[in-house]
Design a protein around this ligand. Structure first.
Ligand SMILES: [Ca+2]
Length: 292
């Protein structure tokens, strides 16, 4: 019934022609005189920012993955978008088949699909991101972004855009409040979450060719799966420079012949770890990014 209602809604849309750095200087040892306890002099908000800055989850340079745990993942899920917020894991899957493009909530411990809504033909679902209490979902070549209620899993709104949609994340670092969207090229597009209008672009600074796919925004950087590789790049959203390159091939090796390509990045702020998986992978992994 939900799928039927959703398909009807989508049909109507088509018919309508739519389609941190609290830089509290640590106490120095320049003097042997007793000092006032510095932590008490830092306002609470600054302490929060300092704690977050110190919790920067990823060093610069050439990195690999350190597996914290492995847990089940639906081997029929062609993973497109992946996000975790306050212990709740959400995933989007994509394909042209009516039942293959979905938005789902996943138990982050067992990997069980807690609920799922079909997006339906002709839409090929791609990346997702949480904006407030809504989940934005872009589509591959359908020029349509859906806005789902996080709790209802029903479509509250839609936006139209030009070009392809691959990955999506929200950059709220500093004073930023902008969606970051990939389209399979080396150019990222910034969009206003309120209107989905383009407000800027960023060109990856890189020798060679990368096709940027699923995204995750953390502290002014975008982590991006590189299509057809086991590589994740960490992109400075202020400059377009690649700050870190993460070789996650160890995970694909653990999958053996099961599954397809690495895709899906979710930053778990509560644990300062990342959840990674892949298309049709029978497992997902909680990892840290560590020097090679
Ligand atoms: Ca993500």
């Amino acid at each position: 019934m939900i799928r039927t209602f959703f398909t009807l809604f989508v049909g109507l849309v088509v018919l309508a022609g739519a389609c941190q750095s609290g830089d509290s200087t640590p106490p120095t040892r320049e003097s042997t005189l007793p000092t006032v306890a510095p932590v008490e002099s830092v306002p609470p908000a600054s302490r929060d920012r300092q704690a977050k800055a110190e919790a920067d989850p990823t060093p610069a340079g050439e990195l690999t993955v350190e597996v914290v745990r492995e847990f089940p993942h639906d081997p029929d899920a062609w993973t497109q978008g992946y996000l975790i917020e306050q212990g709740r894991l959400f995933e989007s899957t994509g394909d042209w088949e009516a039942s293959e493009s979905t938005l789902r909530e996943i138990d982050p411990e067992t990997g069980a699909v807690l609920r799922s809504v079909d997006v339906g033909e002709p839409f090929f679902s791609e990346g997702i991101e949480l904006v407030g209490d809504q989940i934005y979902m872009i589509t591959w070549q359908d020029n349509t972004a859906f806005v789902f209620g996080r709790e209802s899993f029903e479509v509250d709104n839609t936006f139209s855009y030009d070009g392809e949609g691959w990955g999506l994340c929200l950059d709220d670092h500093g004073n930023n409040n902008r969606l970051v969207m990939s389209d399979g090229s080396e150019t990222l597009t910034f969009r206003d979450p309120a209107t989905f209008e383009e407000i800027g672009t960023l060109q990856l600074v890189h020798d060679g060719s990368f096709r940027l796919n699923e995204l995750e925004c953390v502290d002014g950087f975008a982590y991006a799966n590189v299509w057809t590789t086991d590589i994740i790049v960490r992109i400075d959203l202020a400059t377009g420079q690649i700050a870190s390159t993460i070789d996650a091939s160890a995970l694909k090796i653990r999958m053996g012949n099961a599954g397809n390509i690495l895709n899906g990045i979710a930053y778990d702020e509560s644990n300062n770890t990342f959840l990674l998986t892949g298309k049709f992978w029978p497992s997902a992994f909680e990892v840290r990014f560590v020097p090679r």
